[in-house]
Design a protein around this ligand. Structure first.
Ligand code: COA
Length: 310
């Protein structure tokens, strides 16, 4: 099967063919609204068999040219399990063969990925994070339950992030596994990654009272899927009270987005460290604002894998 596979760069004209690969992620597929953004930021490929697009893949070189991040992969259901993704991944690795800096390949998968055991044979698990999904109707959203200290949580600049990455102490406290994973892409804590990340995500921080080290860092991204607002929040740190402050800030931010747009429902995806135990406090804040936790979510873990390729 993989023999008749033609792998080529994806273009805007492939939009429909890529969408026809299938409906993914229970109606929460980001690609229909972010396809153009992916083409601009990533190396995107389609896999074709007899002229039919059967696969899509996106990668990006990060960590100052050291790591290939596999950022998106999908294969048409009737073509799955026949080595198509494996062939595309080889194609991606081969595309960097002349780039001497490249040493690692990385990707993030969820805990229900059917290839989990196969992935473990070749890749090392770097870190695991918990994923919680909160669902709310705009009509039930009541953000005014809390007084927010708007000044405590500040949006970070690239200079702020640079300082954070330079501090070994802050990094070891905030980033287990020495990676930051805004949404689902892992980055080493290197200044070279800052422009790549800032191009897509917003970073928020609160400092310890001496004003030199950071206590909590959160990363956010949002987009609309039809009338649904999708808000992604990644939490780094373990201070319960401080994390509450961040959640208050983001609830206020959600309120602004709701007021600006025409959405009728909101989905919030929160990821946080496996070590962080006291989650009830901040999750209950979202519940008090009208959100419900999706207890049926099976893919409630984010697993970051890496392997050395040279
Ligand atoms: C995951 C998916 C893309 C796999 O495609 P496929 O063509 O059926 O996969 P293959 O037959 O090539 O087997 C998977 C191979 O890719 C590897 N792999 C690398 N990244 C992977 C990933 N994110 N998910 C699954 N397998 C992955 C596996 O280890 C395996 O390689 P191996 O045979 O050398 O061990 C496909 O099942 C799919 O589209 N699923 C729905 C969307 C999805 O879950 N995408 C992944 C997002 S992380």
């Amino acid at each position: 099967m993989a023999d008749s596979l033609v792998i080529r760069s994806a273009t805007l004209d492939d939009y429909q063919g890529v969408m026809d690969i299938g409906k993914l992620y229970d109606g929460l597929d980001y690609l229909p609204v972010q396809y153009e953004k992916y083409l601009k930021r990533f190396n995107c490929y389609v896999g074709e068999i007899d002229g039919e697009i059967v696969a899509f893949h996106a990668d990006r070189l990060v960590d100052a040219g050291v790591t290939i991040v596999n950022a998106a992969a999908r294969v048409k259901e009737s073509f799955q399990g026949r080595g198509i993704l494996a062939a595309i991944l080889k194609h991606v690795r081969d595309s960097y063969v002349n780039q001497k800096t490249v040493k690692y390949e990385t990707m993030t998968v969820n805990n229900v990925n059917v290839h989990g055991e196969r992935i473990k044979r070749k890749f090392t698990l770097l870190l695991e994070r918990i994923l919680v999904e909160l669902i709310g109707d705009v009509g039930d959203f009541n953000p005014n339950k809390f007084e927010s200290d708007q000044t405590a949580v500040q949006e970070l600049t690239s200079e702020d992030l640079k300082k954070i990455f330079q501090s070994k102490d802050t990094c070891s406290r905030l980033f287990p596994g020495e990676r930051i994973v805004p949404n689902w892409y892992p980055y080493r804590l290197l200044p070279e990654n800052i422009p790549l990340m800032m191009d897509w995500f917003k970073f928020w921080g609160t400092k310890i009272s001496d004003q030199s080290t950071y206590k909590t860092l959160t990363v956010t991204e949002h987009f609309h899927l039809g009338e649904m607002l999708i808000f992604k929040l990644c939490i780094y740190g373990n201070d319960v009270v401080d994390i509450q402050q961040h959640c208050l800030k983001h609830i206020q931010n959600l309120n602004l987005l709701v007021k600006m747009g025409t959405c009728t429902s909101i989905i919030v995806h929160i990821t946080y460290s496996l070590d962080f135990q006291d989650t009830a406090t901040f999750l209950s804040m979202f519940e008090k604002c009208g959100f419900k936790i999706n207890d049926d979510l099976h893919h409630n873990r984010m697993l970051v894998y890496e392997r050395e390729i040279k």
